[in-house]
Design a protein around this ligand. Structure first.
Ligand SMILES: NC(=O)c1ccc[n+]([C@@H]2O[C@H](COP(=O)([O-])OP(=O)(O)OC[C@H]3O[C@@H](n4cnc5c(N)ncnc54)[C@H](OP(=O)(O)O)[C@@H]3O)[C@@H](O)[C@H]2O)c1
Length: 236
């Protein structure tokens, strides 16, 4: 087993997740990376294990945590990044939309976080960072993400609660809440071009830097770190 720290990153095939994998490998972490990417077989090379699977399924969660333990010995950091974002007027959201958001964004958090925390409890240390969304707490006129924000706001609330529940066990929980980030998520236009007052999108690096900060911030827990270029300033 290596003496390095080990991270699990969900939603790692593109966008922020792919940037997280690169950033964590650069920082010297072992990384277990998951996504649905269909043509990738479970694969290991050096410090990186790639797995496929639907993140809303228990089996994917179990495989990711087992891969970290079996290959590297610990789970020091879990980044819950896999997520989808649907925008439409509230009256047009369907049951299928609701179910997809719950599966990917909430079950995709619940199953893998529960398994990772069981390992972190044995270690008496660990860190969970979830990628949520600034819109959950800072809605912007014209970006209609009500049902998406049930999930992201729920993750923010769970983050604050879990930070308190596990403080005595040395396990920290934080969230990074982006505004609009320049990733493939916007390839089909998800309703907003930018949220921040300078009319800039965040870069993947902006989000990766926030996660890397929280990963080593030993006395920070229960925080929601907004990376949205002060989007609320546009309201006034
Ligand atoms: N981009 C933004 O402006 C923005 C703003 C606020 C919050 N966020 C959040 O940041 C996170 C990453 O977003 P992104 O912009 O990097 O998105 P992205 O480019 O669409 O990438 C999403 C990642 O999640 C994976 N994924 C999606 N559904 C999945 C599922 N059911 N099971 C397993 N993997 C799944 C995708 O991989 P496969 O398709 O290969 O499975 C992909 O790797 C998300 O949680 C998102 O809500 C993004």
């Amino acid at each position: 087993m290596s003496g390095k720290k080990t991270a699990i990153v969900t939603g790692a095939s593109g966008g922020i997740g792919a940037g997280l994998v690169d950033g964590l490998l650069r920082e010297g972490y072992n990384v277990v990376a998951t996504s649905r990417e269909p043509n990738r077989k479970a694969n290991i090379s050096g410090n990186l294990v790639l797995l496929n699977g639907e993140i809303g399924k228990q089996q994917t969660a179990s495989q990711a945590v087992e891969a970290a333990i079996n290959n590297f010995g610990t789970v020091d950091l879990l980044v819950n990044n896999a997520g989808i974002f649907l925008t439409k007027p509230f009256t047009e959201f369907t049951t299928e939309d609701f179910d997809a958001l719950i599966s990917t964004n909430l079950l995709g958090f619940f199953y893998i976080t529960q398994r990772a925390v069981k390992e972190m409890l044995k270690q008496k240390s660990g860190c969970v960072v979830s990628i949520t969304a600034a819109l959950a707490d800072r809605p912007i006129s014209g970006t209609n993400g009500s049902i998406s924000m049930i999930t992201k706001g729920g993750l923010n609330a769970a983050t604050r609660n879990l930070a308190v529940e596990y403080a005595k066990d040395g396990i920290r929980f934080n969230a990074v809440a982006p505004g609009v980030v320049d990733t493939p998520m916007h390839r089909n236009g998800s309703g907003e071009s930018t949220l921040d007052p300078a009319m800039k999108k965040a870069t993947v690096k902006d989000i990766v830097d926030a996660v890397l900060y929280l990963a080593q911030a030993d006395h920070v827990s229960g925080e929601i770190l907004y990376v949205d270029g002060a989007a609320p300033a546009r309201r006034w």
